[in-house]
Design a protein. Sequence first.
Length: 91
Amino acid sequence: ALVRKHGATKAGNLFKSTCPMVGATIGQHIRHSMDHIELTILLADSINEVKGSDPIHLHYDLRVRGGTAESEMDASKKRILDAAAILEDMP
């Protein structure tokens, strides 16, 4: 949506610009959201693998911050599409 509205160059700059109200970039928000989504997918997939076992606990604080998804739109898009593909393949 950013690229369609602003063009590639301006969209890339906006993606990396820190919002003065919240002190984070769009990329940081996407990474944060994807951390939650990916861990939830892993948990759901693990439940399918180990039915009847002890409960599996989600440890959100073990995530890794930073990475290219915070600064590169293409990396963020790939991360989102990869998560969507896993969801589509789940029973």
